[in-house]
Design a protein around this ligand. Structure first.
Ligand SMILES: Cc1ncc(COP(=O)(O)O)c(C=O)c1O
Length: 421
């Protein structure tokens, strides 16, 4: 286990205990310092690699208001995917917004056109283009747009956008609408542990554009939006050995018994993810080689989600009932994260902040408080001891958790700031 994490947890321990005592548990704790650190690391690594990117934080990974505000204060834009997210982005004061997502309808475009001066729309279909063009014309507004494209590197994500080989035809149609300022190309690839698929897609764009557009047309493109999908390196999280291919939606029979007998060694399998420098250098190199020769004037937009939100929240819970030496019930349920993330898919370390230890991790079945057995926070705890009333923490769990929280049986707890002691 990672020494750096242990040092960080030691520093976090007292403030988190103070928060738990002041506000109670279950609770999410928002850590603005971590968001600034991730944001700064992300942008500065691209700069060091010779490419300055405009960041549009993907709100879907965590739309917590405090987080949106921090990103905006750092100078970032927001990537919204629905009216709900756009409303939150506007409330957060975002000056630059990208609207990306399928099945946009009249209601979406109404709100987009109300704020056309700060929104760029990544279109997905000709239906969207025609609808938006008509609505914008009626309002006498010009709206900035691009097309989301897919190539073979977006396999499995074919519900989005249009194949790259339809870009020319789409472009010609868009040029017929004076209310549409068609000037961008967008793609997105999720779950990248290395930069290979970005390079392949950028090369495909080069090949297609150089054959299908004139130099003057290409010079008029203003942005290339390369989406999100860069995994942050996770040295203290990983896959459960019994579900390393992430395919099982439930533990096979007998798994819990094996875990409690400590039969799984190692207890988790870390993911091998390339460091951010590898992504930034390789992507910057591919932009230089494949994009600048064909799209000389584009700004590079990027939509990181989990890279920015991963460390933004710590989850605090307490042990309500200790039912045996290796099983107990916590006061929060997995409605706080909206899925069986820690039950079936991901190991994340749990620390007992009250009876604290970074030396000893014991098997302990951590049930949540929902009236269903499918509510497990994890199977191990770092602790010196487990007692009723102990405060437990899952640190750095901000990506695709809070955003999926739901009022299932219990309410969604509040988010407090790290500084709110
Ligand atoms: C269009 C788009 N942009 C950005 C993201 C953020 O991806 P990630 O959180 O992996 O960076 C997603 C996630 O699905 C997405 O669909």
């Amino acid at each position: 286990m990672n020494q750096e994490l242990f040092n960080r947890i030691k520093t976090l321990r007292q403030p988190l205990l103070d928060i738990a005592h002041k506000h109670g548990t279950p609770i999410y704790v928002y850590d603005a310092q971590e968001v600034c650190r991730s944001y700064d690391e992300f942008t500065s690594k691209f700069k060091e690699a010779g490419e300055s990117v405009e960041v549009f934080f993907a709100m879907k990974s965590n739309p917590c208001r405090q987080l949106l505000k921090t990103v905006v204060e750092q100078g970032g834009g927001l990537d919204a995917s629905s009216n709900r997210e756009l409303t939150l982005a506007l409330e957060a004061g975002a000056k630059k917004i990208i609207y990306t997502g399928p099945a946009k309808k009249e209601g979406d475009f109404e709100l987009i056109l109300d704020h056309a001066d700060r929104i760029t729309v990544n279109l997905e279909t000709e239906r969207e283009l025609t609808l938006l063009a008509g609505m914008a014309k009626k309002r006498k507004v010009k709206i900035r747009c691009g097309l989301r494209i897919i190539t073979k590197s977006q396999s499995g994500w074919t519900k989005f956008g249009l194949p790259l080989n339809q870009l020319r035809e789409f472009y010609d149609k868009a040029m017929n609408y004076p209310a549409i300022d068609f000037c961008g190309i967008h793609f997105h690839i999720s779950f990248n542990i290395n930069p290979d698929n970005y390079v392949k897609t950028l090369k495909d764009i080069y090949d297609y554009c150089s054959k299908n557009f004139s130099q003057a047309e290409l010079a008029a493109f203003k942005y290339l939006d390369i989406g999100g999908g860069i995994y942050p390196v996770q040295t203290w999280e990983g896959l459960y050995p019994w579900n390393a291919d992430l395919e099982l939606a439930a533990c096979p029979k007998g798994t819990v018994e094996k875990i409690m007998n400590d039969e799984f060694q190692p207890r988790f399998i870390p993911m091998t993810i390339n460091p951010i420098e590898k992504f930034t250098r390789t992507i910057a190199g591919a932009i230089k080689d494949h994009i600048r020769p064909v799209l000389p004037n584009v700004k590079i937009y990027i939509e990181p989600g989990r890279y920015i939100s991963q460390n933004s929240l710590h989850i605090l819970l307490s042990l309500t009932d200790k039912k045996s030496n290796n099983m107990g019930i916590l006061d929060g349920g997995n409605n706080m994260i909206g899925w069986e993330k820690y039950q079936n898919f991901w190991y994340a370390p749990v620390f007992n902040l009250t009876n604290f230890s970074v030396e000893k991790e014991i098997p302990f079945l951590l049930y949540g408080s929902l009236c269903t057995p499918d509510d497990i926070w994890g199977y191990y705890v770092y602790c010196s001891n487990m007692q009723e009333g102990d405060i437990l923490c899952l640190p750095y769990q901000g990506a695709y958790t809070y955003t999926l929280a739901q009022e299932f049986i219990r309410e969604i707890p509040i988010v407090v700031n790290m500084s709110d002691i």
